[in-house]
Design a protein. Structure first.
Length: 341
């Protein structure tokens, strides 16, 4: 489900001018027969002619195709939340970057994973990149959601599935069926990339390149961008400067992800609320996930859910506003709810 071994489609293989292969450790090959630096430069550059000064480039000096800028030649990928899709004019498109900010434990990871799951169900090639979640936890979260929807009488949160407790006793068959449901629906489309702490965005660029070489639509979901480091455009000195402080590193990582999106995929990222202002300049649409103001306290039963909202405070392509949500943490489940009067 999470590790793909299919070869890249030869007609869509990324090409970097001047590279014909790898012959040394310094130009280590990736899955495309190109050195990693070639993929990095292809993804980190806007491919616009550079001038010697700072006068900018005239429109006549470059090709501009507004019909493909936001993936209008391909259908949008629905997020599963009608209000958010309306703000995105149909859903995620190539070139869009959606930032989800919030406090620790508010549900940012669960929401981003669910958006990735829905994109995979819509037949987009999806990579969920995380330095903290492994494949077993991701599978447990998705299984718990399927279990809640298909077997509502079985009160089994993902922690019990992840720890193995749910595989014993009367819940075993229901859990097994839910695992099968998840694999059947997204097994060929959803991939997990388990990153190392402070891994360079170069690795994310390669993950995205594999998906857009194989699929008409691709989505990169990056959980907690604080766990990644900026590439520095392939320069050791630039990378050291970009990653010298937390605020600067987060800003540079966000711009790296923006350049990845510009190459042909959509990006969804999560970040802590205190870093939202450093991420916002690089993204297309930014929102904060938070409890609804004046919402009633959660009931004694977890399945009653928490009243939440994804408040969209920046949107370059549409309206801003609130997406009302119901969040059931133990089942990693978000649903859009009706706005409160």
């Amino acid at each position: 489900m999470f590790v793909s071994t299919l070869p890249s489609h030869p007609s869509k293989k990324p090409v970097a001018a001047g590279w014909k292969g790898c012959s040394s450790r310094a130009s280590r090959c990736n899955g495309y027969g190109l050195p990693e630096s070639a993929i990095l430069r292809a993804v980190s550059s806007d491919n616009i002619p550079k001038s010697g000064g700072a006068a900018g480039i005239a429109l006549t000096a470059m090709q501009v195709d507004v019909t493909t800028r936001l993936g209008s030649h391909a259908p949008a990928t629905a997020t599963g939340f009608p209000s958010l899709d309306r703000m995105l004019h149909g859903g995620l498109r190539s070139g869009t970057v959606l930032a989800i900010a919030g406090a620790p434990g508010v549900g940012r990871t669960a929401l981003a994973l669910l958006i990735g799951y829905m994109a995979a169900r819509a037949k987009a090639g999806v990579v969920f990149a995380s330095a903290s979640l492994d494949a077993t936890e991701v599978m447990a979260r998705l299984t718990a959601r399927a279990l809640y929807r298909e077997y509502p009488e079985v009160n089994t949160p993902y922690g019990m599935i992840w720890s193995g407790q749910a595989w014993q006793g009367a819940t075993h068959r229901a859990v097994a069926d839910s695992v099968e449901t998840v694999v059947k629906k997204v097994g060929a489309q959803l991939h997990l990339y388990r990153a190392r702490g402070l891994e360079s965005t170069q690795a994310l660029a390669e993950c995205a390149a594999q998906q857009w070489s194989r699929h008409e639509r691709a989505a990169l979901i990056v959980d907690d961008i604080e766990a990644f480091s900026a590439s520095g455009n392939g320069s050791v000195a630039h990378a050291a400067a970009a990653n010298s402080g937390m605020d600067g590193r987060v800003t540079h990582v966000a711009y790296d992800l923006r350049r990845i999106a510009d190459q042909g995929c959509s990006v969804v990222l999560t970040t802590l609320a205190r870093h939202a202002e450093f991420v916002a300049p690089a993204v297309t649409i930014a929102g904060e996930l938070r409890p609804l103001p004046h919402a009633p306290a959660p009931g004694p039963l977890e399945e009653e859910g928490r009243a939440m909202e994804l408040y969209i405070y920046k949107n370059r392509i549409g309206e801003t506003g609130s997406v009302p949500l119901r969040f059931i943490p133990g089942f990693s489940l978000f649903e859009e709810s009706k706005p409160q009067p």
